[in-house]
Design a protein around this ligand. Sequence first.
Ligand SMILES: [Zn+2]
Length: 333
Amino acid sequence: MARCNFCDADFNTGPGDVLLVCPYCGTAQTTDGVKFKDHYMIRVHFDQGEAQTTLLDWVSKQLGAPEDLPATANFVQYEQIWYPFWISRVDAHTEYQGMGRDATFHDEWPQRRGAYKRINFFWKPESGQFTRRHEINIAGVKEIDEDIRNFPIPTRAKEFFSHAHAEEFDGKVLHSNMTEEQAKAQARQIAIDRQTKLVLQEISKIESRKDDINVGETFLIHVPVWELTYRYGNKKYKASVSAPTGYVIESQYPRSMSFRAGGIGVGLIMLLLGIVLFMIAFDVLGLRAMLSGLGLGPDSLVGGGAISGGLLSILGLILLYKAASRKEAKESV
Ligand SMILES: [Zn+2]
């Protein structure tokens, strides 16, 4: 429980929540009751009905989705969750020294231009410096779906957070598990890691480096996502749809019976073929002798037969499992 320092209301908080948004007046505040001003949002452009229509439209275009799905699916749960993200602009300047790989080329083949008989690789000292601006985006809650965590945020469209706007859709605005200081420290580390990657594109071994990392503008932004559950037949499927853009971030959906049956058929054929190839390769049941008798000379098949037989069997098993499993398909856009 926490008490809002601005409207005096008591509200619920979870373990680890350190930057709180009052559900009654919408003020973002620290646990000490200090107002946090750099609080933004991305506006909702798809209401519940539009999000549902967009989702069914998307699902019906997926491979193997049942044709009657849009007409017969029933939405049983819908909630608009506002996920917090910390966005930091980080300016990073790195000077580095180290060793790079280089090569000299000798004895070009006369018939093949650009191909050499001898290539000598060697190390050579290299140094350089560069500046980059990174926009770093860190989810403010630990428990968040990977697809939602990695979904790009159109920060250019940000507006100051409006409690009234979130209330319009009965949105649930999540507190952040991270303070501004923690977000900045993490952004700094992420920027250093990105700089390291860039240095390693230029040289192979870093011997010394100097980083000047400047974590600039940092703000909290809440992004609304429709969390929908629909029923098709006797099963339920979950989906997340971006409320600002209508993109289907992720969705489970059923596969039609005919699609599954097709998968089982192909899987079985591959499995059988694989087993036969395996049997030839390892001469089970004297199959090889039989083929030799037929003048098919299967000796050349032995090595490749074992490998392709194994691969085909595995592919067959995967297809069979996918087709037969009751698990829903889950795909990200
Ligand atoms: Zn309040």
